[in-house]
Design a protein around this ligand. Structure first.
Ligand code: G3P
Ligand code: CA
Length: 275
């Protein structure tokens, strides 16, 4: 029974109609049942609180805690001289008006670039934070989802994590790259999610399950998409894998995923989703 989704668990007990009514109408009952069973999903701020502050910056990360997020998601890449820092795109064009790729620049060349003004001039002091600096802004008990945007940097990443004071239980390494998930699982006890984008990848549920088992991934980070339904979550539970979803900014969608029993919901707007 423990593998069954919560919604089925409720519906299979006692008066089906009454419980379905309560399930649909009363959020506090569902919250209470979820919390009893440890099933309330973590709310993870996507690139920090990126609706309110420029993505992947210290201000966006700090705001996540003010907005009561359970964790933050950040994207990491490496500079030419192997410094890991937060940046979503390969190039600095969109967020710093600099038409250069990060991998072609040394840290000293970009450490002072403004990655805030594109969002709003009031954020002009934001610079791309190093992973080491980000770790110092993760509050006690909070989580960090580190999305590895490039292959070939896992040794460097593992070194940084070992040098930090972060608790491994509060870190999750996520990536679209199978090699990243494989290497992290081979070398550490860190939890990992393989990311999947249903709009960009043509992947069957069976193939995805095979991959997750083969890679020893702890879960899937699935795109917010109609393909992610109750059956999907059940199938993942059947092979002992967690389902995490990104990116959900609509509270009613978040509620739907919560009822399905996902482990985390990644959102640009944690304030709204937490309400
Ligand atoms: O959490 C996964 C999600 O962040 C992947 O998409 O493009 O926002 O990095 P992207
Ligand atoms: Ca990301």
């Amino acid at each position: 029974r423990s593998n069954e989704p919560l919604s089925l668990d409720v519906r299979n007990n006692g008066s089906k109609k009454r419980k379905e009514f309560l399930w649909n109408k009363s959020d506090w009952i569902s919250n209470w049942r979820c919390s009893k069973l440890g099933l309330i999903p973590d709310i993870i701020a996507h690139r920090g609180s990126s609706k309110e502050a420029p993505e992947n910056t210290i201000s966006a990360i700090d705001l996540s805690w003010k907005n009561l997020s359970d964790g933050v998601e950040i994207d990491i890449r490496s500079t030419k001289d192997n410094v890991l820092l937060c940046l979503h795109d390969r190039s600095l064009l969109r967020t710093a008006a600099l038409d250069k790729k990060l991998k072609d620049l040394k840290y000293d060349e970009i450490k002072n670039v403004d990655v805030g003004t594109w969002f709003n001039s009031k954020w002009s002091k934001e610079t791309p934070p190093t992973l080491e600096r980000v770790f110092r802004h993760v509050l006690e008990g909070k989580k960090i989802f580190i999305e590895v945007k490039e292959e070939g940097l896992t040794d460097n990443l593992i070194r940084e994590i070992n040098n930090s004071s972060m608790d491994n239980d509060h870190i999750r390494i996520i990536s679209f790259y199978e090699s990243v998930v494989r290497e992290v699982k081979q070398k550490t006890n860190l939890k990992t999610n393989l990311l999947v984008s249903f709009t960009q990848q043509n992947i069957s549920l069976n193939l995805l399950k095979e991959k997750l088992v083969q890679l020893k991934a702890d879960g899937v980070g699935a795109e917010n998409h109609k393909f992610l339904n109750q059956e999907f979550v059940n199938e993942m539970r059947g092979i002992d894998k967690e389902t995490h979803v990104w990116t959900v900014d609509d509270p009613s969608e978040a509620h739907k995923y919560k009822k399905m029993g996902v482990s985390s919901i990644t959102t640009n707007d944690p304030k709204k989703i937490k309400e």
